[in-house]
Design a protein around this ligand. Sequence first.
Ligand code: 5GP
Ligand code: ZN
Length: 136
Amino acid sequence: MSDGDCIFCKIVAGELPAERIDGDEHTIAFLDINPWTRGHALVIPRRHTKNLYEIGEDDLRHAAVASKRLARRMRDCLDCEGVNLINSCEPAAWQTVFHFHVHVIPRFNGDPLRLPGSPLKIDAASLAAVAAELRA
Ligand code: 5GP
Ligand code: ZN
C-alpha cells in the first residue's frame, strides 16, 4: 500500500509538506516543487506503485480521471491555453521518483517549454519492421 522510503507516500501520509490542490478517495494532486510552468502539478494514486509497468488498471483509470479534472481546473482558474500530460517510466524515460505520477502542466502561449526531441529519419521498411516486432 505504501513504501516507507517513498517521498510521495510521505506526502500522501501528510509526513512531508506539499501544496495540495485536489484529491479524492484514490488520488491526490499537488504542485511540483520544481515547476516547468506556473501551476505544474502532479497527480498520484494514494496507493504506492512504482510506475506504468506496475500500476493496477483501476489506479491508472483514477489517475487519468483526476488528471482530466485538474486540466479543466487549470483552464478555468489559470486561464492556460493548453495542458500537457507527461508520464515517465524508468530512468531511461526520465523517471526520477518511483511512485507513479502524471505531470499535469498548464501551457501558456510563449511559455519556455519546448519539445525535447525531433523526429527520427526513418524509411517505410524500418517502420514496417518495428511494427512487426510490436505486433508479435
Ligand atoms: P519524474 O522526474 O519522476 O517524472 O518527476 C518527479 C517530479 O517530482 C519532478 O518534477 C520533481 O520536481 C518532483 N518532486 C521531487 N521531489 C518532490 C517533493 O518533495 N515535493 C514535490 N512537490 N515535488 C517533488
Ligand atoms: Zn510511494
